[in-house]
Write a protein that binds this ligand. Structure first.
Ligand code: C2E
Ligand code: CA
Ligand code: CA
Ligand code: CA
Length: 277
C-alpha cells in the first residue's frame, strides 16, 4: 500500500475533486470580482400598507459572474467571509447603497430608508462606526435613513464589542434592525443591551399565515416591538392573504415577492415614480 498521506483518498474521489476544483475557481474569481466591477446591488421595496407607498428598500448583493451568470449571496458570502474579503465587499455595498439613496433623494424621494446587511466580520476588524458615519457625510444623508441589518447570532457573541458599536451607531442616529427576528436565540435582555430600532419578522413565520386568524408568534413579536417602541417589517410576504393577516396583527410595513422582487436600480426608480401602489 502506497502511503501518501490522508489526502490521497480525496484525490481519487472524483466528486470531491470536482467540488474542490470548483471551490478554488470560485475563490479566485471572488478575489477579482470587486476589481472587475462584477458586483451589483438589487433593491427590494418595503411597503407601508397604510400609506400605500414604498417607505424603504433593502439592498441585496448580486454577483454577475462572467461564466455562471447572476449569483445570489447565499452562494458566495460565506466564502468571502472565509477568505477575509467580506470587509471590502461590505464597504463597497455601503458606498453603493448610500450613493443610490442620495441619487433618489435628489430625484425627490427624500423619505426613503435604505437597509444594508452586515456580516459579523464587519464588527470584528473594521471600525464600522466611522465607516458608516463617513459614508453618510460623504453623501450628505440623514443618518436615520440608513438602516443596518444585524442578526441575533451577532448579538450572542459579544467579543467584538458589537453592543458598544450598535450603541454608537444609534447615538449617531443610524437605524439598526435585527434581521430574521425570532429564528435565533433572541432573548429580551438583548433588546436592552442592543438598542436597535427595527425587528424584521422572518419569512418562516409569515409563510405559516393563511388567513386573518390569530398567530401567537407574530402577536408576540408585535407586542415586543410595541413595548420597546420598535418598528416592525414583515419579510417574505408572498400572498395577499398573508399581507391581510399581518395588517390585522398590527404589522404595517411589508417586504416580499407579493409586492416586488429585488430589482436593479433602474426598475426600482420606475416603481418609485408611481403615485401610489
Ligand atoms: P435576508 O437579509 O434575509 O434577505 C432576504 C432574502 O429573502 C433575499 O434573498 C430576498 O431576495 C429573499 N426574499 C425576499 N422576498 C421574498 C419572498 O417573498 N419569498 C422568498 N422565498 N424569498 C424572498 P437573497 O437576496 O438571496 O439574500 C440572501 C441572504 O444573503 C440575505 O438574507 C442576507 O442575509 C445575505 N445578503 C444579501 N445581501 C448581502 C450583503 O450585501 N452583505 C451581506 N453580508 N449579506 C447579504
Ligand atoms: Ca436582511
Ligand atoms: Ca431576513
Ligand atoms: Ca434570512
Amino acid at each position: 500500500v502506497k502511503r501518501s498521506g490522508k489526502n490521497a483518498f480525496r484525490f481519487f474521489d472524483p466528486a470531491l475533486n470536482t467540488h474542490h476544483r470548483e471551490r478554488i475557481t470560485l475563490e479566485n474569481d471572488l478575489r477579482d470580482a470587486l476589481g472587475r466591477a462584477e458586483f451589483e446591488l438589487h433593491y427590494q421595496p418595503q411597503v407601508s400598507l397604510a400609506q400605500r407607498r414604498i417607505v424603504g428598500l433593502e439592498a441585496l448583493l448580486r454577483w454577475n459572474h462572467p461564466v455562471l451568470g447572476s449569483l445570489g449571496p447565499a452562494g458566495f458570502i460565506q466564502v468571502a467571509e472565509e477568505l477575509g474579503l467580506i470587509g471590502e465587499i461590505s464597504t463597497w455595498v455601503l458606498e453603493q447603497a448610500c450613493a443610490q439613496l442620495a441619487q433618489w433623494r435628489h430625484e425627490g424621494h427624500d423619505q426613503l430608508r435604505m437597509s444594508v446587511n452586515l456580516s459579523p466580520f464587519d464588527f470584528d476588524k473594521r471600525d464600522i462606526v466611522s465607516s458608516v458615519t463617513e459614508c453618510l457625510e460623504r453623501h450628505d444623508l440623514p443618518a436615520g435613513q440608513i438602516e443596518l441589518e444585524i442578526t441575533e447570532s451577532m448579538m450572542m457573541n459579544d467579543s467584538a464589542g458589537v453592543a458598544a458599536k450598535v450603541r454608537a451607531l444609534r447615538a449617531a442616529g443610524v437605524s439598526v434592525a435585527i434581521d430574521d427576528f425570532g429564528t435565533g436565540y433572541s432573548a429580551l435582555a438583548y433588546l436592552q443591551k442592543f438598542p436597535v430600532s427595527t425587528l424584521k419578522i422572518d419569512r418562516s413565520f409569515v409563510r405559516d399565515l393563511e388567513g386573518p386568524m390569530t398567530n401567537p408568534i407574530i402577536s408576540a413579536i408585535t407586542g415586543i416591538a410595541r413595548g420597546f417602541d420598535l418598528d416592525i417589517v414583515a419579510e417574505g410576504v408572498e400572498q395577499a392573504e398573508q399581507a391581510e393577516a399581518l395588517q390585522m396583527l398590527g404589522c404595517d410595513i411589508m417586504q416580499g415577492y407579493y409586492f416586488a422582487r429585488p430589482a436593479p436600480a433602474a426598475e426600482v426608480r420606475s416603481w418609485l415614480q408611481q403615485p401610489s401602489m
